[in-house]
Design a protein. Structure first.
Length: 283
């Protein structure tokens, strides 16, 4: 089916993007806010170029204008919350708690998009979540202090943001909308943090800029393929559950590409559990 092809491309791009981000983090010590601005700005320009080639198309129904207005606020808030929570929590703790976003996406999809989600699919989602905990938990204590609460809040806002996107593209050209969805938050974050301007310029002039452009391209393809999959008629809650497999695939890919072989057997077991979960969700 067409949606499966689009979703598979999106998943592969997501895994490639995460691996690229890991390699960038080893070299780039710039401010994360400036990094986010550059990444989204150039990703938005790429999507805008794609939209121009295919023809800019406005919404077919203006009943979605409240959702269009909400879009930049959702994504600005999501990016800032993720940035703040990453500064206050361990990376593995963040990954475990942020995986809860699939729960909020499913709930929002059921309530706001009118979708259905079976008990079997819920079990599959649970298996994927367990697999994520397997590969990311390294004996640290999760105490739900300020940082952990911020992660959960960021997961909720992120879930609402992506479901809002899904609602909008029901009556809006995907390429045109995604260009807006990248550019509006980029300029919004830049406006909130104007002191990041010198660092933005520094990144553009640095040696890592080519890698950031590649990252922007990879995630632009990821985003547009994901929404094309949804437009092809699939259930958004189901897609969001299957998409969580990217965390496991990233860990497994890192074993071979980045030589991250710690807790190898645990990672392989998690991969099997996640695969079984995907089979249940995809039914």
């Amino acid at each position: 089916m067409l949606w499966q092809i689009f979703l598979s491309i999106s998943i592969l791009m997501e895994v490639a993007g995460r691996l690229l981000q890991r390699s960038l983090m080893k070299d780039d010590k710039s401010d994360p806010i400036a990094y986010a601005v550059v990444f989204q700005l150039f990703g938005g320009l790429m999507l805008l170029a794609f939209a121009l080639v295919n023809g800019i198309k406005g919404p077919t129904s203006w009943s979605i204008w409240p959702n269009l207005l909400l879009m930049p606020f959702f994504w600005i808030a999501s990016n800032i919350l993720i940035f703040r929570s990453l500064k206050k929590t361990e990376a593995s703790t963040f990954t475990i708690l942020f995986a809860s976003r699939v729960v909020w996406i499913i709930l929002a999809s059921v309530f706001f998009l009118g979708e259905s989600f079976s008990l079997l699919q819920a079990v599959g989602t649970g298996l994927i979540a367990i697999a994520i905990v397997f590969v990311t938990y390294h004996k640290q204590k999760i105490q739900f202090a300020g940082g952990e609460k911020l992660v959960l809040l960021s997961a909720i806002v992120f879930g609402l943001a992506v479901v809002n996107d899904a609602y909008v593209v029901r009556s809006f050209d995907v390429a045109t909308y995604m260009a807006l969805a990248y550019l509006a938050p980029a300029f919004g974050i830049w406006a909130i943090f104007p002191k990041s301007t010198p660092l933005v310029i520094q990144i553009v002039k640095s040696n890592v800029f080519k890698k950031i452009l590649l990252l922007s391209f990879v995630y632009a393809v990821d985003s547009i393929m994901y929404l094309y999959a949804y437009r092809s008629g699939n259930n958004y809650a189901q897609m969001a559950s299957i998409f969580q497999i990217t965390t496991i695939l990233t860990v497994l890919a890192a074993i071979f590409i980045l030589k991250e072989k710690s807790h190898l057997w645990l990672k392989l077991i998690a991969g099997v559990i996640a695969f079984l979960g995907v089979l249940l969700v995809a039914r």
